[in-house]
Design a protein around this ligand. Structure first.
Ligand SMILES: [Zn+2]
Length: 228
């Protein structure tokens, strides 16, 4: 006797609303898809620089960077279900950007505007109504922070956001600087510590970045905290 015909308790709670397991087939996380334990109406999700060039195989691939994608998809689903806003930052550089080695910078060319490497990976399920925040779009300015040279702070303030949940790439550069600026702007910050990965140009950079963010006032959560 098969039990396949039994209804799944994790699905179909909201009429017509798909559970994360309808989108994802690589979940090894045992979790309910409907319960949101601790999000409130002034929360927003910020996904930092999850772009092809920052994934393994990309121009500036972060080791295990691809592992943040399924986790961020879960977070996206929670925020969507709570009708909370999702923001996604991206490097969006001109071809002769100052951060590239040819111009004396420290990075290989990456995330050139409109290139394949600058795109979000197709398996990252960024909602169509997300706010996309492009940064470091001019030749002479780099920006590790999603707030630098963008309207992200104003957008968040005018949306009534008080607390931001931050995940993405990389822990020791763009996540670190986005979190620092978010704190400076007066937002509470929750670092999604299972959905970040570090470059670790120097061993331990990622751990030091996390420590710095905590000391500055960020807190951390991981998926199981939201999936209670
Ligand atoms: Zn860059």
């Amino acid at each position: 006797m098969s039990n396949r015909s039994l209804p799944s308790p994790a699905r179909g709670r909201g009429s017509g609303v798909k559970g994360v397991n309808d989108y994802l087939n690589h979940s090894d996380l045992t979790m309910q898809t409907s319960n949101i334990s601790n999000l409130c109406q002034s929360d927003a999700l910020i996904i930092v620089d999850v772009q092809n060039d920052f994934l393994p195989g990309g121009a500036l691939g972060v080791s295990q960077g691809d592992q943040v994608v399924p986790l961020l998809n879960h977070y996206i689903q929670y925020f969507r279900r709570a009708e909370l806003p999702v923001y996604a930052t991206r490097d969006w550089h001109p071809p002769d950007h100052c951060s590239f080695t040819a111009q004396g910078g420290i990075w290989p060319p990456h995330c050139i505007a409109d290139s394949e490497g600058a795109q979000f990976p197709p398996d990252l399920l960024i909602p169509a109504d997300s706010q996309i925040v492009s940064k470091a779009t001019t030749r002479n300015q780099d920006a590790y922070s999603g707030f630098q040279g963008t309207r992200l702070a104003q957008q968040l303030h005018s949306a009534g956001v008080l607390r931001v949940f931050v995940g993405g790439l990389a822990t020791d550069y763009c996540v670190l600087n986005t979190v620092k600026d978010a704190l400076k702007e007066g937002f509470q910050v929750v670092l999604l510590k299972d959905a970040i990965r570090a470059v670790n140009l120097n061993p331990g950079d990622g751990d030091r970045a996390i420590q710095e963010m905590l000391e500055l006032g960020a807190t951390t959560q991981q998926l199981e905290d939201l999936a209670a």
